[in-house]
Write a protein that binds this ligand. Structure first.
Ligand code: SAM
Length: 472
């Protein structure tokens, strides 16, 4: 029975409620008066319920779809301005005991090279990432209690935070590892992680069990209830996601929003981020085998509908998507992107020989970070390397309060400009630096508070003089 406050996966993601929602959405998708009413509610920027949002996703009236895009664009601008936060994944180990049928790490895959970084390897990888200009990482690992126990992950986090190479520093480590216990989440919190990210893959229980036939990940309830345990362990920034292509996207969309509603109902704070990965080709994996692949039009609509349904939740898009696709969805709601990613274990230091490949999937955007940063700026975005909220303790509901009070423009905007300035001075090519310096000059005037603007100008000069790590 559906109950958003329940701690049982099958009650807060109640299958019957999802089916009922889809039937309701289908029955009302041409009711343009209702669609208008829902759009009006979304315009108040307080979000939408999974039912309301599902009607918008189902509605295929071209004019209404355009209105959804316009509103998503406006909400994106109101809440996130033109900032795009940059990050990179760091693969620690691809040892895995699970049998996920879409993932090349599955235990039966005997031809993928199995690798695990030593602390010395991590030093080299992190220095390579710092030398590109990255300040924020998402660490990734397969699930393997023997090869990748929590102690290993904790040691890696400690190593990552300890490395200070030239002006480089990793200031926020987000973690994408398999569902674990409250006790382990507490340890991750104590290690100073940013967001705990865990993709649900699919919310459809029956499909989930087929797609995860063996290993601890087979347990749907344990996986689906992981965010509750993370919150109980003190992690208040959690990142949701669905692997689009595995199940029907309308089902996943409704259930994803139900998951967000559940977190809000139980803990008073929704997800910090939502990721929208699509399944990709990989060693031993042919994405065409999965029947539910979505095209770029549906993908764009999904992004826009998520944006207007959960305006306070950041949205992440990775290098699984091409430059063109990223360009299309950026204005529809994306607030974080990865750049220059390697999905192989140890891939930042040196390219892997053909017979020793360890990647998790093919990336579609192979540009360098410098190219991605310049491209964003040429599109009018401010690439941001900011990690201030996390470091000032503005996580969970304190971060949401900042968003809700609309103080972002006096806080995130100058922080973005200062961290971009650091990037330009330390890592950018001369062309990128020229574009960036012009952008910063033209953006200073967009900081509303006069005092903040003055301090920002002083700090930009101090950065030019060699000082680092300022934040509001
Ligand atoms: N092992 C961890 C777990 O069980 O959640 C998570 C880390 S895994 C390195 C990160 C994510 O990559 C997975 O949650 C999955 O959604 C995604 N992934 C796996 N295979 C993929 C593929 N072929 N294409 C795109 N994404 C994939």
């Amino acid at each position: 029975m559906y109950n958003p406050k329940s701690m049982k996966a099958e009650e807060f993601i109640d299958h019957a409620e999802v089916l009922d929602t889809l039937a309701y959405a289908d029955a009302h998708k041409d009711d343009l008066a209702l669609v208008d009413q829902i759009l009006d509610k979304a315009r108040q920027r307080k979000g939408l319920s999974h039912r309301e949002a599902s009607v918008l996703l189902a509605c295929d009236d071209p004019q209404k779809t355009q209105e959804i895009y316009d509103l998503a664009h406006q909400i994106k601008k109101d809440f996130y301005g033109n900032r795009i936060v940059m990050f990179a994944p760091l693969y620690l180990s691809n040892y895995c005991v699970n049998g996920c049928v879409y993932c090349p790490y599955h235990a039966k895959n005997k031809h993928i090279a199995r690798k695990k970084l030593t602390q010395e390897d991590i030093r080299r990888e992190v220095i390579a990432l710092q030398d590109m200009g990255h300040k924020r990482l998402a660490i990734e690992a397969g699930e393997d209690p023997v090869n990748n126990p929590i102690e290993y992950i904790l040691e890696c986090i400690k190593t990552i935070y300890s490395i200070k190479h030239k002006n480089g520093a990793i200031r926020r480590v987000n973690v994408n590892i398999a569902a674990t216990t409250v006790e382990n989440y507490r340890k991750l919190k104590e290690a100073g992680i940013g967001t705990y990210i865990l993709f649900q893959e699919t919310y459809h229980k029956e499909s989930y069990e087929k797609l995860h036939p063996t290993g601890p990940k087979h347990n749907y309830a344990y996986h689906t209830e992981a965010m509750d345990r993370a919150m109980q362990g003190g992690i208040d920034d959690v990142g949701l996601g669905v692997l689009f292509g595995l199940e029907l996207y309308k089902y996943e969309f409704a259930a994803l929003l139900m998951h967000a509603e559940h977190l809000e109902a139980v803990f008073g704070v929704g997800p910090h981020t939502i990721s929208v990965p699509r399944i990709k080709r990989a060693d031993d994996i042919d994405p065409d085998v999965f029947d539910n692949g979505i095209n770029d039009d549906i993908f764009a609509k999904l992004v826009a509908c998520i944006r207007i349904s959960v305006p306070y939740t950041g949205m992440i898009i990775s290098t699984r998507e091409s430059k063109a696709c990223r360009e299309r969805v950026l204005p529809l709601g994306i607030s974080q992107i990865s750049g220059a990613s390697r999905t192989s274990v140890g891939g930042y230091c040196e390219p892997e020989p053909e017979d020793e490949r360890s990647e998790q999937f093919d990336v579609s955007d192979n540009r360098t970070l410098d190219e991605v940063v310049r491209w964003l700026m040429e599109l009018g975005y401010i690439p941001s390397f900011c990690t201030a909220c996390y470091r000032e303790g503005r996580t969970g509901d304190r971060f949401m309060a900042l968003c809700k009070n609309m103080q972002i423009q006096n806080c995130c905007h100058p922080n973005a400009l200062m961290t971009l300035k650091e990037y330009l001075d330390d890592y950018a090519s001369p062309e990128t630096r020229a574009v960036g310096d012009r952008l910063i000059q033209s953006e200073i005037g967009n900081v509303p508070n006069e005092k903040t603007r003055r301090i920002l100008c002083e700090r930009l000069q101090q950065i030019d003089a060699g000082q680092r790590d300022f934040r509001f």
